[in-house]
Design a protein around this ligand. Structure first.
Ligand code: NAP
Length: 244
């Protein structure tokens, strides 16, 4: 039997990197893709997979990536993130633009580019890293929550549009996961980034990758539409219990 191929965007760090490891452990051939190719190459070497450069905000990069990737059965869209925590009235429109471009249009560009390969698979699966920010809002989160709400809409629309084809669409929506996410959001401010997870046990990237691996290893007729996972101590985007 030929092995199935899983492509993971945003594979240089966090949830994407953990997903490459989890899917390789499930027997997938993996393709790790992100802008930091050196990091993708290190992960690919670890699991015996491939690495490709990809900037999901750049149409030429996406086209080159799609041309190089070959057969694809599963794509996991993990590329994305947040920038800033400003109120709408003070928000930097360029940060909003990046969040929309990376999280939303990135999913659209990569999905469009890989659809021919996914159709050729005959049994394909698209997994998108959404967030609880895709159905909740919080003060200062306007740009990120608007983008992740749009990601949720794209997933639900794809499920309607592709219902007649053997292509599953799953949105995995985590709460707090300790990765470089907050470090990126606060532009390298480690103290502020660590503060996000203070006094509670956040999810790890492996916790999320485990859920992605579960979704893609169900029988072909089973579509897990939307999975929400949060730390036990997080009830919502605005309410978490912290010790100490
Ligand atoms: P992370 O460790 O910062 O990883 C983000 C990944 O996205 C990196 O591999 C980065 O790679 C990639 N990326 C960013 N811009 C890109 C671009 N233009 N083209 C290609 N890749 C790009 O954060 P993470 O927590 O793993 O986040 C992964 C996904 O989970 C994101 O969509 C995030 O919104 C979502 N999420 C995270 C949390 C959380 O609390 N951590 C919660 C819910 C949802 P390069 O910089 O090398 O390109």
């Amino acid at each position: 039997m030929t092995r199935r191929t899983a492509v993971v965007t945003g594979a240089s760090s966090g949830i994407g990197a953990a997903t490459v490891r989890a899917l390789a452990a499930q027997g997938f051939d993996t393709v790790a893709a992100a802008r930091r190719l050196d990091r993708c190459e290190a992960i690919a070497a670890e699991v015996g997979g491939r690495a490709l450069a990809l900037d999901v905000t750049d149409a030429d990069s996406v086209a080159a990536f799609a041309g190089a990737v070959g057969a694809v059965d599963v794509v996991v869209h993990s590329a994305g993130g947040a920038l800033g925590l400003d109120r709408v009235e003070d928000g930097d429109v360029e940060q909003w633009r990046w969040m929309f471009d990376a999280n939303v249009l990135g999913v659209v560009r990569v999905t469009q580019a890989l659809l021919p390969a996914l159709r050729a698979s005959g049994d394909a699966h698209v997994v998108v890293l959404g967030s609880i920010a895709g159905f909740e809002v919080y003060p200062g989160g306007g740009g990120y929550t608007a983008a992740k709400h749009a990601v949720n809409a794209v997933c639900r629309t794809l499920r309607l549009e592709l219902v007649a084809e053997p292509i599953r669409i799953t949105e995995v929506a985590p709460g707090m996961v300790e990765t470089d996410f907050s470090l990126v959001r606060f532009e390298g401010d480690t103290e502020r980034a660590h503060g996000v997870y203070r006094g509670l046990t956040p999810l790890t990237a492996d916790d999320v990758a485990d859920v992605v691996a579960f979704c893609v290893t169900r029988p072909s007729h089973v579509n897990i539409d939307h999975v929400v996972l949060k730390p036990r101590a997080q009830a919502s985007a605005t309410l978490a219990h912290r010790e100490g």
